[in-house]
Design a protein around this ligand. Structure first.
Ligand SMILES: [Zn+2]
Length: 232
């Protein structure tokens, strides 16, 4: 048998063995229809999100930050070359940092917080935004979400972030006089923790940490000049 004859017989055999499934025409309609329906549903969901400007960043539903908050965080970021990303939380919740290099705020929450604190002076309100967001950037630069920091207590992390905030404010030429009265009252409002296990004593320690950081910067000491001792 020659090569061409073998080829011809194979072709015939294949054609003889082939039986088209009876329902193939139904599948031919059903599969594209299903595909179309699923694509349409997914598309609708995506466009709902897109319309609301929402997406997921660092595991949270967010939207793009306001131009103002972008400026605030980018000024802090420039001091440290931190490459932190800022987003607005969709949920009305306190500002916080998240694993993955994100700092979050919610404009409704921020507005209510500054109102609650009776921050009426525009400059003071602006400086508080810097202090709060610098605190959150501090959590990122201290790598507080890493396993290496797992043994460090929550309070120490908060105080170190406060000290970082003070240090940053000095580098940005922002004095503490208009910040500290509100910072101490804010207590645990922006620790990033869920719940508010705040006490006045903690608030005083936080303000002291803020001032310590500011002084370290003023004296050109490194930000982590000394780790916090229980007396700080
Ligand atoms: Zn915090």
């Amino acid at each position: 048998m020659s090569g061409s004859e073998r080829g011809a017989s194979k072709t015939i055999t294949h054609a003889q063995n082939y039986r088209a499934p009876r329902s193939s025409w139904k599948l031919a309609i059903l599969i594209p229809a299903l595909w179309f329906a699923v694509t349409l549903a997914a598309g609708n969901r995506q466009s709902d999100w897109a319309q609301a400007g929402q997406f997921v960043a660092c595991g949270e539903y967010v939207r793009a930050p306001s131009e103002h908050m972008r400026e605030v965080v980018s000024a802090i970021d420039d001091v440290w070359d931190a490459h932190v990303k800022v987003y607005e939380s969709v949920a009305v919740r306190p500002p916080h940092a998240r694993r993955g290099g994100c700092v979050m705020y919610n404009s409704t929450y921020m507005k209510a917080l500054l109102q609650d604190l009776l921050v009426r002076d525009r400059n003071a309100a602006e400086y508080m935004l810097y202090a709060i967001m610098a605190h959150e950037v501090g959590h990122e630069l201290h790598d507080d979400f890493s396993p290496a920091r797992a043994e460090v207590s929550g309070m120490t992390k908060e105080l170190e972030a406060d000290r970082f905030a003070g240090y940053t404010l000095e580098l940005l030429n922002i004095g503490l006089d208009s910040v500290t009265p509100y910072y101490s009252l804010a207590g645990d409002e922006f620790t990033g923790a869920i719940g508010r296990p705040s006490s006045h004593g903690d608030s005083m320690r936080r303000t002291a940490a803020l001032r310590t950081g500011w002084e370290h910067a003023e004296w050109n000491q490194p930000e982590d000049y000394q780790s916090l001792s229980p007396g700080d």
